[in-house]
Design a protein around this ligand. Structure first.
Ligand SMILES: *Cc1c(COP(=O)(O)O)cnc(C)c1O
Length: 410
């Protein structure tokens, strides 16, 4: 492995120079991309890794006895090792390549042994990807969903979680960082409580891996799901981490090539994890792209990135707090660079459209978190979400655009 050089200081312009898309304009204005929690832009290193593989070393993986198949297999399995190191998984065999964060959670949900009356505990601030697979278990197998509430900032009360777990609880599944409120879940304490009752825990880390260090062994978490496209990698790839004994106990999700051991007319046996969960040709180029993204990201000074993003978030929150026509949702102390807000008398969709005319990309809607919207007493919010390549000055462009929107809409 050629380890990337560690950069000791953070230079946002040097980072931006590596993201070609940031040079473009929209509606004649410089692009201010504040929709990173929906999907992040890609650095040249990722674009080149994927294009380079297609140009120079590409074939299907695992089944080949020729040079290109072996080179591609090495690259693909190398990506698995990189992902394992990234979240401090005990071995590459605990890392399953999926097609998305959503797919990763569905693999766990479909594999649990659920009898009518068994319970799944989840929070009200989950992404639909960490809700609907459990609804499937409710509809199809008679599972009972138990919802743990949050306070107004998105913080889960450990006592409330503890009270919800009982002898029928099969799994606790929680967001490790909310895609709406940005709050980071204090997972270690919640996991200890669940394990005290013999209940395994899944964390949805789609947002968290981008905004902080994740160590699945220190967390002692049973399953961890995340996605490639929010961490500067490609779409079409996600990760499911599972403790070896948890993955071993999970039946396959899809059937096809690669996931089998022996196939006969009246009998089939399955491969060991992780391949058991990777039916068909896996996302090869996407895995190579994800490896490049993680190498790129971990090659930056991550402490400096965190400080930079915190400064941007604080500037945005301070500015929004100063506007008596804006409501901020989620002001927890431990929060990533995501700011959800409502503007008095204006629909978030109208706000987003007017911001777009000024080059500012934000998201508006329910953010795939309708139960959270109900909890907040709104139908939708606007959301600005920041990445390492955002300039602090872009906050001011955003706030100025918001003033214009307010004027136009009132
Ligand atoms: C984006 C996101 C997902 C879904 O991930 P995909 O790879 O887009 O399917 C799930 N949970 C959270 C918290 C997310 O932000």
């Amino acid at each position: 492995m050629n380890a990337p050089l560690i950069k000791r200081s953070f230079d946002v312009e040097a980072v931006r120079a590596q993201f070609p898309i940031l040079e473009r304009t929209v509606h004649g204005r410089p692009l201010v991309y504040l929709d990173n929690a929906a999907s992040a832009q890609k650095p040249e290193a990722v674009i080149e890794a994927m294009a380079g593989a297609m140009r120079g070393a590409y074939a299907n993986v695992h089944r080949g006895l020729h040079a290109l198949a072996n080179e591609t297999t090495d690259a693909f399995e190398g990506a698995r090792s990189t992902v394992a190191r990234f979240i401090n998984a005990p071995s590459p065999q605990t890392i399953v390549f999926t097609k998305s964060g959503t797919h990763a959670i569905n693999i766990v949900a479909a594999g649990l042994d659920i009898q009518p009356g068994d319970e799944i505990v989840l929070s009200v601030m989950e992404h639909h990807s960490n809700i609907v697979p459990w609804h499937f278990l409710r509809e199809r197998k008679g599972a009972v969903l138990k919802w743990v509430d949050i306070d107004d900032d998105g913080v889960i009360d450990p006592g409330a979680l503890d009270d919800l777990m009982g002898p029928r609880t099969k799994l606790v599944t929680l967001s490790h960082m909310s895609n709406v409120l940005g709050v980071k879940t204090r997972a270690d304490e919640l996991i200890r409580l669940a394990h005290g009752k013999g209940v395994p825990v899944l964390l949805d880390g789609c947002q968290r891996v981008v905004h902080g260090h994740v160590d699945v062994q220190a967390l002692d978490v049973d399953f961890y799901a995340f996605t490639g496209h929010k961490i500067y990698g490609p779409t079409g790839i996600g990760i499911l981490y599972g403790k070896p004994e948890r993955l071993a106990a999970l039946p396959p999700f899809e059937g096809g090539g690669e996931m089998i051991d022996i196939v006969e007319r009246e009998r089939v046996t399955y491969n060991e994890p992780p391949h058991r969960f990777e039916a068909g040709t896996p996302p090869i180029l996407e895995a190579i792209g994800l490896k490049a993204a993680i190498d790129w990201f971990t090659g930056q000074d991550r402490g400096a990135i965190e400080a930079h993003e915190a400064a941007i978030r604080d500037r945005a929150m301070a500015a929004l707090r100063g506007l008596n026509w804006v409501t901020l949702h989620g002001q927890a102390a431990d929060k990533g660079a995501i700011v959800a807000f409502s503007v008095e008398g204006a629909h978030p969709h109208d706000i987003a459209q007017i911001l777009d005319r000024q080059g500012v990309a934000v998201r508006a809607g329910h953010h795939c978190a309708q139960p959270l919207m109900q909890r907040l007493g709104v139908t939708a919010t606007a959301r600005a979400s920041f990445a390492c390549y955002n300039r602090i000055e872009e906050v001011d462009v955003f706030i100025e655009a918001l003033h214009k929107a307010r004027k136009l809409l009132s």
